[in-house]
Design a binder for this molecule. Structure first.
Ligand code: ATP
Length: 362
């Protein structure tokens, strides 16, 4: 066992407050550090009790998340302060993020120019460039995992959260996983090909596409259809939804939604793209003239929030479809066994949980 975690009761040092959110393996709560009066967030993770149990998170996965968070210190990435462990759970004490999700913040606005949107995308890119420089990939970048530290300040600050699927990549070693959320995953995930930092860049392309238009580029009526659209690279910038969008923005997205991982823009290259860093006055002016499709974005966000807390039946169907896909791809693979072992688990859990557990990579 690694000596990563403090043994003992978190409540001796922190007062546990209200629930801020819940994840697959437990809740996130506000906590107050008794010694200093400082507010933090506590991520409570229930540990898996027995190897063959399907409840809770495996200790080695918590260790991985902790080890990754410990090595990331950047203003656009949620900071880890401390980790406690008791027999049944691990508690991560992390920076308290008060501003909610970026998408909710934007959806509450009347209008937003591309230059306003770029302020946020640029911060996401800075955080991602930093983690990629440490050969860490997030593998679950999506709107739910992009938060704001405080939404009441003039220029809110982006915080990337949830490193539950993140992976440290070793040069020369291949890493494959059927992880992530259908709408946001790159074709290499679905094809069970080696993944790398470029997989995150695809997700940033999808997030940007949605942010500007309020439509999701590959979204089908079912997850299976969505996955098919991704593999077929079946997306377009339709004039109706993109009429307010600059051509530089489309160029930026087009250079991220590229099938070949090597050809995809890196975070570093993105930061130098003229849409993010204009070189001429004309380029700068076109960003402030163009705006995001707010009416449609609000609709997208409302649907997204609704889906996040939505019904079991379709979750179950989705699981079956994805399992078929797993089966076709990697017959003997260990992850398939993971899929199978999660199968009976589908009854009383939220949709997001099933998706994620299916996609957990180990
Ligand atoms: P998932 O969100 O995919 O279910 P998870 O179990 O790893 O995974 P997180 O995403 O880390 O959980 O957190 C769950 C929710 O708790 C978030 O969506 C967010 O609303 C809230 N949350 C997480 N971290 C913080 C934080 N540091 N400050 C405030 N709220 C947070």
């Amino acid at each position: 066992r690694m000596a990563l975690f403090k043994l003992g009761n978190v409540e001796d040092l922190y007062e546990i407050g209200e629930i801020l959110g819940s994840g697959h393996f437990g809740q996130v709560r506000e906590v107050l550090e008794r010694a200093t009066g400082t507010h933090w967030a506590g991520k409570f993770l229930k540990l898996r009790k027995a190897a063959n149990s399907r409840l809770g998170v495996e200790r080695k996965n918590v260790e991985k998340e902790v080890e990754i968070l410990q090595s990331l210190q950047h203003c656009n990435i949620m900071a880890l302060k401390d980790v406690f462990e008791s027999r049944s759970e691990v508690v991560l004490i992390v920076e308290l993020i008060r501003g909610g999700e970026l998408f909710d913040f934007i959806a509450a606005k009347e209008t937003l120019s591309e230059s306003d949107a770029i302020e946020f995308i640029e911060q996401i890119l800075h955080g991602v460039e930093y983690m990629h420089s440490k050969h860490i990939a997030h593998f679950d970048l999506k709107p739910e995992n992009v938060m704001l530290s405080d939404k009441l300040v003039p220029h809110p600050h982006i915080k990337i959260i949830d490193f539950g699927l993140a992976q440290r990549l070793t040069p020369g070693e291949e890493y494959r996983s059927l992880c992530g959320t259908p709408q946001y995953i790159g074709p290499e995930v679905i094809n069970y090909e080696p993944l790398n930092e470029a997989t995150d860049m695809w997700s940033i392309g999808v997030i940007t596409y949605i942010l500007l238009s309020g439509i999701s580029p590959f979204q089908g009526d079912t997850d299976e259809e969505t996955l098919r659209n991704i593999v077929a690279m079946n997306y377009e910038f339709d004039d109706f939804h993109f009429k307010q969008t600059s051509s530089m923005a489309k160029d930026f997205i087009q250079k991220l939604l590229v099938k070949d991982q090597i050809e995809r823009m890196t975070a570093k290259e993105c930061l130098l793209h003229p849409w993010i860093k204009p070189l001429t006055r004309k380029q700068a002016a076109s960003r402030s003239r163009s705006s995001i499709n707010m009416k449609n974005f609000k609709k997208f966000n409302a649907r997204r929030k609704w889906k996040m807390s939505y019904n079991m039946v379709s979750a179950c169907n989705r699981l079956c479809q994805l399992r078929l896909l797993c089966k076709a791809k990697v017959k003997e693979d260990e992850e398939l066994r993971q899929c199978e072992s999660d199968q009976e688990d589908t009854e009383s859990k939220p949709a997001s949980l099933i998706r994620r557990r299916l996609s957990s990579s180990s």
